[in-house]
Design a protein around this ligand. Structure first.
Ligand code: MF3
Ligand code: CO
Length: 272
């Protein structure tokens, strides 16, 4: 058995029946994010958004995956401006000019869906607007590589190339992941290629594998710091960061995005 063969054995390949459940989990996450997006206006508190998310997830017969995970106290993670990931909802009100990410994971019949959107609150400056566009495009570029016989490194490389071509940087200390019966499963899915650091780069993608691909993109330097609450991660230089994430199934042909609303525009609608 080769090293990459052992690697492939650690990564689950989901059956058609499992993918059907994952699709429902993904749909619940996508719908919930759409509901939140409609409420993301100046003045709403992040705790109000958290309540809306939990209500919608439970109404659909699912449960919030993050709540209670390693002691995390909420349904959503909120990412305002320089917050990269894992902001705990509180009494903070959204303000015009911010970019605000919502990272949401829900579990339906034992299977998890994970997605993140970052939204402009009213008018935002050019740098923030460009950060949103580039991060969304980097996710689309990574998803485009998520096909059978391709190595995982091509997903990582595609994300990194799009981000760095725009003059932004990818966060190094946080990565995407496999997902299924656990929120975090092998493989690790970095948003960059650094030979030697991640054995999972060698993974040959196969139909039925499910990945949460999630570029975290900083306007400035890649370095991040954890706040004193032990959760909230911010950029070290204080400049803004954006985050988009989808749960994606490798299929025989097109990558299947589980967390995209079927009635919304496709992720890569922008002409080349
Ligand atoms: N989508 C986040 C991740 O992939 C979820 C974090 S939930 C938390 O890590 F409980 F860790 F906050
Ligand atoms: Co994730």
């Amino acid at each position: 058995m080769t090293g990459s063969g052992k690697l492939a054995q650690r990564v689950a390949r989901r059956s058609a029946a499992e993918i059907e459940i994952l699709q429902q989990a993904g749909e619940i996450v996508a719908e919930t994010l759409q509901v939140l997006q409609q409420h993301m206006q100046p003045g709403i508190t992040t705790k109000e958004l958290d309540n809306l998310a939990e209500e919608n997830i439970r109404r659909r017969g699912a449960v919030p995956s993050c709540k209670g995970y390693m002691g995390y106290p909420a349904t959503i993670c909120v990412e305002i401006d320089d917050v990269v990931v894992h902001g705990i909802p509180d009494h903070t009100q959204l303000k015009e000019g911010q970019i605000v990410g919502i990272d949401l994971v829900a579990c339906y019949q034992g299977y998890h869906g994970d997605s993140t959107i970052t939204v402009a609150i009213g008018e935002v400056d050019n740098e923030r607007q460009r950060l949103l566009t580039v991060t969304r495009e980097a996710l689309a570029a990574g998803i485009e590589q998520a096909r059978p016989t391709t190595k995982l490194r091509e997903v990582c490389r595609a994300v990194q190339q799009r981000v760095e071509a725009a003059g932004f940087s990818v966060v190094r200390s946080l990565v995407g992941h496999g997902i299924g019966q656990q929120m975090h499963e092998p493989p690790q899915v970095p948003n960059f290629v650094a030979e030697g650091e991640f054995p999972d780069y060698e993974l040959v993608l196969q139909p039925g594998m499910v990945l949460a691909i999630e570029p975290m993109v900083n306007a400035g330097e890649p370095a991040v710091r954890v706040d004193s609450d032990g959760w909230r991660v911010r950029t070290a230089d204080g400049r803004p960061s954006a985050h988009f994430e989808h749960t994606v199934v490798i299929t025989e042909d097109q990558p299947l995005i589980l967390t995209e609303r079927r009635d919304s525009l496709p992720l890569n609608y922008a002409p080349e």
